[in-house]
Design a protein around this ligand. Structure first.
Ligand SMILES: [Zn+2]
Length: 185
């Protein structure tokens, strides 16, 4: 079990678009396993490689059916096929999206900050798993939200960029006031 260090904003790596993965080897699979371990350790439901300082297009997701977080919908959400499943999305591409929904989102790179973001309510995403096998999912609910949040990460977009200027300024000020000790040079 190897938990990786989480980079918090304003680490630069969070705002740089990541590169396509071209080599699906054992080193990649070991890194993906470490990303899943890191989510377990931090009780995160999604993680992008940028958040652990790696600029490859890799996203891991695992959403427990019972959660203890601040999302107001967590208590009411019905069991779905994607609950309690370990997903790895490499080079993910959103091929279609539908509807809009607002969820209160959190982010491991912004500890203790939660705010509403508007996103598509359903997305279709094509990606490769860690063995290089292509697959496609149709995501709804929190899975759709999480996928869009993490795909934003690998495009160098942090969640406050999806909020109003007022809200994002407030979040930035809060993070800067903390005197973040995990910022890279
Ligand atoms: Zn995040």
């Amino acid at each position: 079990m190897t938990a990786l260090r989480i980079f918090e904003w304003p680490s630069k790596v969070l705002e740089v678009p990541a590169q396509e993965v071209v080599l699906f080897d054992n080193a990649l699979r070991a890194f993906v396993a470490d990303m899943h371990d890191t989510m377990k350790e931090t009780a995160g439901i999604g993680l992008a490689a940028n958040q652990v300082g790696d600029l490859r297009r890799i996203v891991t997701i695992e959403i427990p059916s019972v959660r203890n977080d601040k999302s107001e919908k967590s208590a009411t959400e019905e069991p779905k096929w994607w609950h309690n499943k370990r997903f790895t999305f490499i080079n993910p591409v959103v091929t279609n999206s539908e509807g809009t929904d607002r969820w209160q989102e959190g982010c491991l790179s912004f500890p203790d900050i939660f705010d509403f973001v508007e996103r598509a309510s359903e997305v279709w995403v094509k990606a490769f798993d860690e063995n290089g096998k292509e697959f496609e999912v149709h995501a709804d609910g929190l899975f759709a939200v999480c996928l869009q949040h993490e795909i934003d990460h690998i495009n160098g977009i942090v969640f406050f960029k999806r909020m109003s200027k007022l809200k994002s300024d407030r979040i930035k000020a809060k993070m800067l006031k903390r005197g973040n000790i995990h910022v890279d040079a």
